[in-house]
Design a protein around this ligand. Structure first.
Ligand code: BES
Ligand code: ZN
Length: 621
């Protein structure tokens, strides 16, 4: 073995105890004592008050005969009443305490139970500023027909709209009845049942983790994309969305062919308002999507493939704690790429992976050693801190490595068995590794050493065994880019007329951070990059143009960051503005005028950037 590899291995030897990893530090729940196994919601949506109010009934599985306390997670909830229900449905009031809030975890709701009741019912009301909900006025929607509400529970925000055991280690089925005004369609991460009067009903028969609890409500229209799939959106957008996502059925068939039947019944997609803070969210049976993926040419539909893939990796087999999130996102990024390959071809799949790998390698440099691990040491990171490109791309890269070593046929069968074996369970990295060792590595000796597996999972950085596919189009782009930067090829002479979106992304990602102003201006004059309607191009172009000193790009960047609430896209623009005093003032003024339109999570993230810029201007890049 090479010396460098030996040194890397010495550095990894489990930096923490495995028992530690099974605890979820982001929840007050004690699932080893008592566990929620079914949830019944009876809620009303109060748009004028920006509140959800009603009751949640938790069906309990008491595991410790001595236990007489039920600890739940809440955040900014008003608790009105807690009662135990016996089998006949008789209610008995219970004593409870709502602890002082912790900034990250919220308030522990401790419920004292004289016996071990089968069910506990809580009457509660959400706060208008609930971190997991966004309420939009009618005027803030595309069609201005009705107000809009949507949730985003991942990672630890379900507790801001339902008191529950908010840890991915606990799974429960649920049913819901939701009262809403006429003209408001309610959707949840569940099957829709026929509405009765103003009550809309839902049922999720499969056990899911709390972060997949989801609700949306507004003036929504539906358009079918196949017998078991449909797109939901505001009326004016539903057609464009259905066109963009029309390959959803072939995507599903591909994934079923690879990894076994889709087990959730319907697969519907909801297009959210632009303030949706993520690209997509894999809420079961109802994926939530940012409108920024509707590029008009299907160039960004890998987001849909990604959320669909979570129906296997994540929703079926779930990471037990946030530290294990790579089991969700890494596996999903791998499956996403397999779907793209099957539906759009190997060139597109390779291009997408190479772009993602380039981003990972770039970002890795600014991550701590612990953050560079697939399975970081727990407690050193916040609930969402493990959610870097490492979980996504290094995770997928590890599976690509295994696929290459064991061969596609063997690896596909292995992965399909893995999904079956752990279906509807929440597992840790170590459980996944034990299964991998027994069912793949030891069964096919001589292909992969266990030390290599441990290096991928526990060591920082990328192993030497990380290879990338050759993409001829990218090689040509490298040549053209170099000639442009040297000044031997003019911007208009770049062979870019036929570049697809991913080829543009590759060209832009490997430009210098701050190209010379003249180069930026020439590129923009030739290719109108500041005016690109493709949000992924904008995210790469606008910060470079601003850093180069092209003040003509400022208004376009302002429009961009106010139009797009998806954090991954909007934050880089805020960051670049925040790096100079004049830019900071400009971004701050724009933010202040439009703050109300952003999601609570996006607001928090932007305010952090602005605060940091004031505190230590030189630290922002
Ligand atoms: N589950 C994630 C979104 C998420 C992660 C929300 C962590 C909150 C905390 C979703 O599946 C996702 O990964 N979305 C990506 C899509 C992309 C990688 C194709 C996004 O939003 O950018
Ligand atoms: Zn994901």
């Amino acid at each position: 073995m090479r010396l460098s590899a030996l040194l890397a291995l010495a550095a990894i030897a489990l930096p923490y105890s495995v028992a530690d990893a099974a605890q979820d530090p982001y929840s007050y729940a004690e699932p080893e004592r008592v566990r929620v196994r079914h949830v019944e919601l009876d809620l009303a949506l109060d748009f004028p008050a920006r509140a959800i109010a009603g009751t949640v009934t938790l069906e309990l599985d008491w595991r410790d005969a001595q236990a007489l306390t039920l600890n739940l997670d809440t955040r900014e909830l008003a608790i009105e009443r807690v009662e135990a229900l016996d089998d006949a449905g008789h209610a008995q009031a219970l004593r409870y305490t709502l602890a002082a809030p912790d900034a990250e975890l919220g308030s522990r709701l401790g419920i004292a139970t004289p016996t071990q009741p089968a069910r506990v019912r809580i009457a509660y009301r959400t706060a208008p500023a609930a971190s997991g909900l966004q309420w939009l006025d009618q005027a803030q929607t595309a069609d201005r027909q009705a107000p809009f509400l949507f949730s985003q529970s991942q990672s630890i925000h379900a507790r801001s709209w339902i008191p529950l055991q908010d840890t991915p280690a606990v799974r429960f089925s649920y049913a819901a009845r939701v009262r809403a005004a006429q003209g408001i369609t309610v959707l949840m991460s569940a099957l829709r049942r026929p509405a009765q009067g103003d009550v809309q009903s839902f049922s999720q028969p499969h056990p899911i983790p709390s972060y997949l609890m989801a609700i949306a409500a507004g003036a929504l229209a539906e358009q079918a994309t196949s017998p078991r799939t449909a797109v939901w959106a505001e009326s004016s957008q539903v057609q464009a969305a259905a066109r963009e996502f029309s390959d959803i059925e072939p995507m599903m068939q591909t994934t079923e062919h690879l990894y076994g039947p889709y087990r959730w019944g319907r697969y519907d997609m909801l297009v959210l308002p632009p303030s949706f803070p993520f690209g997509g969210m894999e809420n079961p049976q109802m994926t939530f999507l940012t409108p920024t993926v509707i590029a008009g040419d299907k160039s960004l539909v890998s987001v849909v493939a990604h959320e669909l893939a979570h129906s296997w990796s994540g929703n079926l087999v779930t990471s037990a704690t946030w530290r294990d999130i790579w089991l969700n996102e890494g596996f999903t990024t791998y499956v996403e790429n397999r779907i793209v390959e099957a539906v759009y071809g190997k060139t597109q799949a390779d291009e997408e992976f190479v772009v993602a790998a380039g981003e990972l390698q770039h970002k890795m440099r600014s991550l701590s050693e612990n953050q560079q691990r697939l399975a970081p040491a727990p407690r050193e990171v916040g609930a969402d801190d493990a959610l870097t490109d490492v979980a996504y791309v290094k995770g997928a890269w590890f599976l690509r490595f295994l696929e290459a070593r064991f061969g596609r046929a063997v690896f596909d069968t292995y992965l399909r068995d893995y999904f079956d074996h752990f279906a509807f369970q929440s597992i840790t990295t170590e459980q996944m590794l034990a299964y991998l060792r027994a069912n793949l590595v030891d069964k096919h000796p001589g292909k992969v050493g266990w030390d290599q597996v441990e290096q991928w999972v526990y060591a920082p950085g990328l192993p030497e065994s990380a290879t990338l596919p050759a993409v001829p189009a990218f090689t040509a782009i490298d040549t053209a880019r170099a000639a442009f930067l040297e000044g031997t090829l003019g911007a208009a002479a770049l062979p870019a007329k036929d570049w697809n979106t991913h080829e543009w992304l590759y060209f832009l990602d490997h430009l210098p951070e701050a190209p010379m102003l003249a180069q930026v201006q020439a590129l923009d004059a030739a290719w109108q990059l500041s005016r690109s309607g493709n949000a992924e191009i904008g995210m790469r172009w606008l910060p470079r143009a601003i850093r180069a000193g092209d003040s003509a790009a400022w208004p376009a960047a302002r429009t961009y960051m106010l139009r797009i609430g998806r954090m991954k896209l909007t934050l880089p623009v805020y960051r670049i503005f925040a790096s100079t005093p004049a830019g900071l003032a400009y971004a701050e003024a724009a933010y202040r005028a439009h703050k109300a339109e952003y999601h609570p999570l996006t607001r928090q993230a932007i305010e952090k950037v602005l605060r940091k810029a004031h505190a230590q201007p030189e630290a922002i890049r």
